[in-house]
Design a binder for this molecule. Structure first.
Ligand SMILES: O=C(CO)[C@H](O)[C@H](O)COP(=O)(O)O
Length: 296
């Protein structure tokens, strides 16, 4: 495994020709800036049959290996968590898992659960969640996360933090050295409080932008009826837990997308030619560090 993953220090204008173009890459819903951390397959030419879905499905399948009959499962939001819901439904239909119920974090997860035959219950009707699965927009080496690319972070944070085990599913592009390096921090804000909140976010050093909807005129309105402000922090986020707390103390803020101290494990999918390896974050970090040593 180790020998086939290449480490690239990615800088503009890299002398060795290992560079990203200056145009931003669009990955997922955010326009991700070129990252300074990248572990990638030997051949960047490799095209997997179903593109990115294959990677996400590999993560979903691996994570579901931890589910047992009788468990209460937290169902996250986003394309990766959606595949986990689909795979969970398959196992239930095949009779491999019995008496499993899901707690949907959002409309998307509740609708998909119904579609794939996963019975759901309300969070308020369960005493505990055994395992929650969720996706992520960025995750650092300490399992601090940035979520909310799908404007769903408020309830995801509730569900993920209630779970005894919170398993995060990340393809390698989501792993960063410092949060905020490829994505802004999404902040859910009560619409009537938008102006004072924007001013306070600027005073915290952020550059806020109200998120616009794609196939609707005007702003994104969340499942909870609020607006989303995406806040960029030039230079990244030095102390995720501190910033998470500081943003949440602004009156009018419902919740922000920094999630510290919640993930119990992070699974990282790495493309290895035509194969996909799913590693624990700690294994992934070891490989990154080894490769960094080799290249210095
Ligand atoms: O936080 C989220 C939604 O608000 C998602 O979990 C996050 O955006 C990752 O999504 P995907 O699996 O589609 O990349």
């Amino acid at each position: 495994m180790q020998s086939v993953i290449s480490f690239r220090s990615v800088f503009y204008g890299d002398q060795n020709g290992l560079h990203f173009t200056k145009t931003h890459q669009t990955i997922g819903r955010f326009r991700r800036k070129p990252s300074t951390l990248s572990v990638s397959a030997v051949s960047s030419e490799t095209t997997l049959p179903e593109g990115h879905d294959v990677i996400k499905r590999a993560l979903a399948t691996r994570a579901l290996g931890r589910v047992k009959s009788g468990m209460v499962i937290g169902l996250g939001t986003g394309s990766t968590a959606s595949l986990a819901i689909e795979e969970l439904g398959k196992l239930i239909r095949q009779g491999k898992l019995k008496d499993v119920v899901g707690v949907g974090a959002n409309y998307q997860s509740k609708v998909l659960a119904r579609q794939f035959g996963v019975k759901t219950v309300d969070l308020n009707d369960v005493n505990q969640i055994d395992i929650a699965f969720d996706g992520v927009d960025e995750v650092d080496f300490n399992k601090n996360m940035l979520k909310g690319g799908g404007a769903a972070h408020t309830m995801q944070k509730v569900v993920d933090s209630v779970a005894k085990e919170c398993i995060i599913l990340a393809d390698q592009s989501k792993v960063v050295l410092q949060l905020g390096s490829t994505c802004p921090v999404p902040v859910e804000v009560i619409p009537g409080a938008i102006s004072p909140v924007l001013r306070r976010l600027v005073s915290l050093g952020g550059i806020p932008e109200i998120r616009s909807a794609l196939r609707k005129d005007g702003p994104v309105i969340t499942d909870l009826g609020n607006m989303i402000v995406d806040v960029s922090f030039p230079g990244g986020i030095q102390d995720p837990a501190e910033l998470e707390k500081n943003i949440n103390t602004i009156p009018g803020v419902v919740e922000n997308g920094i999630v510290s101290g919640v993930a119990t494990s992070v699974l990282v999918a790495v493309e290895d030619g035509a194969k996909i390896e799913v590693l624990d974050l700690s294994e992934f970090i070891k490989i990154i560090k080894n490769q960094a040593e080799v290249h210095t």
